[in-house]
Structure formats: structure tokens, C-alpha cells
Write a protein that binds this ligand. Structure first.
Ligand code: CO
Length: 162
């Protein structure tokens, strides 16, 4: 386990579609643990393998107390209203913007034991999952941003968090 350096945009590894994981071996377990350590170090709520310079289809998202580990995740279904809300990304320090996404997502992925699971999520959690799966397809949130928050709005956002 180790804290890795977060790759900042623009970078080829961030804009390249990742490769599927063939075998969940010790290197994949180590990758999941590195993602976790790096996310916690940088106060993120999710992180994808390309963000630590690994071009594999692996990402994690914080869901309340739990950490959702996604190996080879696919989106099975999205539905609900398309809602615009604020997103940020560890690869874009100090950039926050509005992104439109559906309020519901259903995914399929494997966990570290290799078990295939399905998961439904809504609202903030759905948004976080879709943001991370986008990373695995080489899609960055700035390409979906309808508007970047201004300095004033950012200051207000940080003030609310404190
Ligand atoms: Co991101």
C-alpha cells in the first residue's frame, strides 16, 4: 500500500480508454489499496486507476462508511432526471464546475475477490460512480462541464465546507 502521485490533466493516461483486468491477482489488490491510500491522502471521494498512472479498468468510490471497489465496471442502466450539480476531480486542482448527469445508475463490476456484483446508486453516489467510470473511458469531467465555478463561488463553496 502506498500513496501515489496524482496525475494532473492534461495527460495522455487520463484521456486514454483503460484496459480490462484479465486476472485479479496481487497486483490488482495492491492497486485497489494504492487507490484508497491516495484518495484518502487527497481528501477525494473517488479515484480511478489512470489518476495514479495505471491504464486499467479499476476505480473506487466512497459510499458513506464503505469503499466501493469496481473492477471492470460497466454501466447497465441510467435513469431519472438529468440534474446539474457541482463536481471536482483530483486531477484538476481547484477546478469545480457544473455537470449534468442522471440521478440513478445501475452498474455491474467485480470486487477484489472476483465476485461479480450489481449495484444501484442515486444522486450524489450515482454521480460519483459515473464520474469514475468516465475516467476509465478516458472521459474527463471538464469535457462535460456546462459551466466552471468562478473564484467567488469557489470561496463560498469552501466556506460552506468548513
Ligand atoms: Co476525477
Amino acid at each position: 500500500m502506498a500513496i501515489k502521485e496524482v496525475v494532473k490533466a492534461p495527460a495522455t493516461v487520463l484521456s486514454t480508454k483503460t484496459k480490462e483486468v484479465d486476472v485479479i491477482d496481487e497486483s490488482i489488490i495492491a492497486l485497489l489499496d494504492d487507490l484508497y491510500d491516495t484518495m484518502v491522502e487527497h481528501d477525494g471521494v473517488g479515484i480511478a486507476a489512470p489518476q495514479i498512472n495505471v491504464g486499467l479498468r479499476v476505480a473506487i468510490v466512497e459510499l458513506g462508511e464503505d469503499i466501493l471497489e469496481m473492477i471492470n465496471p460497466i454501466v447497465i442502466e441510467t435513469k431519472g432526471d438529468i440534474v446539474e450539480d457541482i463536481e471536482g476531480c483530483l486531477s484538476f486542482p481547484d477546478v469545480f464546475g457544473l455537470v449534468k448527469r442522471p440521478t440513478y445508475v445501475k452498474i455491474e463490476a467485480a470486487d477484489r475477490e472476483g465476485r461479480i456484483y450489481e449495484l444501484e446508486a442515486e444522486d450524489f453516489e450515482a454521480r460519483a460512480i459515473m464520474h469514475e467510470i468516465d475516467h476509465l473511458d478516458g472521459v474527463l469531467f471538464d469535457s462535460k462541464m456546462t459551466r466552471r465555478l468562478t473564484e467567488e463561488e469557489l470561496e463560498q463553496l469552501y466556506a460552506e465546507e468548513e
